[in-house]
Design a protein around this ligand. Sequence first.
Ligand code: GRF
Length: 198
Amino acid sequence: MTDIVVLVSGGGTNLQAIIDAIESGTITNARVKAVISNKEDAYALERAKKHGIKGKVAKKAELLSAIKEEGPDLLVLAGFLVVLPEEIIREYENRIINIHPSLIPSFCGQGFYGLRVHEGVLSRGCKVTGATVHFVDEGTDTGPIIIQKAVEVLPGDTPEVLQKRVMEEAEWKILPKAIDLFSNGKLVVKEGKVEVLS
Ligand code: GRF
């Protein structure tokens, strides 16, 4: 059984997708042991509570101890807007998964988060965007890519409309899928690239 701790900062729709996938059996061999947020008013904590999942608030300085208390096998960053301390990344090498709302390496890195990502996609006139799930390393959105899913940009899209489509058609599908692969030992990292075992 893979014990997961999900780190959140906002609405928690990706957390909800994980919870729903575990409850429906789309994710097997895993459970969310705790949800940790840097924001006490994050609606994601409400979502956890509704499903009987422990919720904790921890500022950056307390994060490592708050995580270690739960003894997770896997950390999932689901809209977590705090840069993880190096010691956490070292301690959980290739055991931290992040969801980013673009096709990395486009529109990622410093300053590209939330709506800013979709604003960049629209201002460049891209016809396709999408989402990426990757392992977290010391950089920003630079770790080994696990899964990507493309999403069409449509005429007249606003950043908000595009964000919703990327969430619905990509994020909420590939994040649970990546967790299920991890929880069933299907992900191997070789020379910085992820191999998915059949
Ligand atoms: C999502 O768009 C995710 O890709 C990004 O932050 C947002 C979090 O949304 N990392 P939610 O809190 O999961 O609804």
